[in-house]
Design a protein around this ligand. Sequence first.
Ligand code: FEO
Length: 402
Amino acid sequence: MGETFEAAKVTDSVHWVGAIDWNVRNVHGYQTARGTTYNAYLITGEKTILIDTVKAPFAGEMFSRIRSVMGDPAAIDYIISNHSEMDHSGALRKTVEAVAPEKVFASKMGARALAEHFGEDLEVEAVEDGRTLELGGAGLTFRETRMLHWPDSMVTYYANDRVLFSQDGFGMHLASSERFDDELPDWLLEREEVKYFANILLPYSKVVKRVLKTIADMGIAIDVIAPDHGPIFRSKVDWIISRYVEWAEQKPTRRAVVAYDTMWESTHKMARAIAEGLAEGGTQVRVRRLGPSHRSDVATDMLESGALIVGSPTINNQMFPTVADMLTYIRGLKPRNLIGAAFGSYGWSGEAPEQVAEILRSMEVELVGEPLKVEYVPTAADLERCRKLGLEIAARLVEITA
Ligand code: FEO
């Protein structure tokens, strides 16, 4: 007897039939400390419609949950692919072969992406942006959300039950036995949602604003937001939309993150002294030593901060590899409206702080002061210079947030 799984009822005609990945800890460089879910949804009625599928190894779990609703999955009439990234399309070919649906729908770019992933023989019908289909009494409207976060991305609005199937948008990487927002504590939703936005959606903040406007312009009532990852929003729909509006703005705050690595604790001491100065100046500060902290934690703090201060010792005329890794990652996230500084200790050459500063400048981070360097081990006077740098950054944050 194989494993069996149950679906979760979302509305009278919508069930969650996805999969829970308790153990994944890395999604393209983003540390998913609490795992994730791959959400798929079944709309039942005169016709049966599957919205998205799951990552390939989880196909069996999805089929089992589908069986718990409708017996034989072969009775599925239509499949809608809102997003072709393989955590949602990995099981698509297997599903199409098992179900033989009348049609598979995707956006125009989605149809192309699916062909490139699975071959031209996978028949997919492209739906126009804004088109509404009546599929056996179910009214479904498709809106493209290009580059949120792939070119193919679209959302599907199911008018009968006022459900927005939002694919990656409004998702979070959180494995849980609970399926709904009101079954989980607010702090957990907040933590994982902000981390998800910072690590997945931040580069597309302008697109987020445009998509939120598109949704608002549709003039639709939304009772449920059903994303492709994490819990389903049914009680905090307005909350999550308002958080997206806020994060997409990237307004500076009086918070700072100090991210660094250290060889013999000298850069560590500098980081702590800078943090003391920041706190003394009224800035909330988070100190992140790379290694114990992951690059995706720095990204999360950065979204909520007005200042990014980066430290690195010099090794073989270069910055530390962990610092280079983190900077490469967060530069790709295209943060905006940050101030910052570079610092680090060195033995004899000392190139790293300037190298860090160069990358921060390329990110359009407004630098406070020159890169701060300390030879070998910081003296009391050196640590005072660090504390003063923290105070200067705090003062600048006060100015730009006034
Ligand atoms: Fe969850 Fe962009 O895939």
